[in-house]
Design a protein around this ligand. Structure first.
Ligand code: SF4
Length: 168
């Protein structure tokens, strides 16, 4: 790559990062939550907290989303759907794990129908603790992600047991 190409690549990457930071589209996935976290997510995304003013928008299709917001522990029933949703998202993609249950299993830890936390199934970039976390905490988690994006370095996946179908 010559010097001219390097300059253009740098400029294009800067424009991409700028565009991404100002238009984050998020898809929400409940992998087994009691709905407490989901209500806080909805409060965050609706006009009271109004994250659309930062360009953050709830998107219905994972194929158009940048960020996957996951709530709850991962149940056996939801595991495959969570993996499929993650795989359908275009690169680069990011995952935010919201609530104690999504981080560690929380009150559902050890239940016969749960396979574990979100990062037991897919890579997670940002963890937001709480039961449930308040909208301010959710916004703070999104800001963490944007800060990492601004620095040009999204956090390396924290995954311990990436399923083969994702690790490939
Ligand atoms: S963290 Fe609390 S509110 Fe969220 S899913 Fe678990 S029990 Fe429900």
């Amino acid at each position: 790559m010559n010097a001219n190409e390097q300059v253009w690549t740098k400029v294009i990457n800067q424009v991409r990062t700028w565009a991404r930071m100002n238009s984050i589209w998020a898809v929400h996935f409940n992998s087994g939550s009691c709905n407490g976290c989901d209500i806080e997510i909805l409060a965050t995304l609706t006009p009271r907290y109004d994250v659309e003013r930062f360009g953050i928008k709830l998107e219905g299709s994972p194929r158009h989303a940048d960020v996957l917001i996951v709530t709850g522990p991962v149940t056996r029933q939801a595991r495959e759907r969570l993996i499929r949703t993650y795989e359908q998202m275009p690169e680069p993609k990011f995952v935010i794990s919201v609530g104690a249950c999504s981080i560690s299993g929380g009150v559902f830890e050890g239940c016969y129908n749960c396979v574990g936390s979100v990062d037991d199934v897919i890579p997670v970039d940002v963890f937001i603790p709480g039961c449930p976390p308040r909208p301010e905490a959710v916004i703070d988690g999104i800001v963490q992600l944007l800060t990492e994006l601004k620095g040009g370095k999204a956090r390396a996946p924290q995954k311990q047991n990436v399923p083969e179908e994702i690790a490939a």
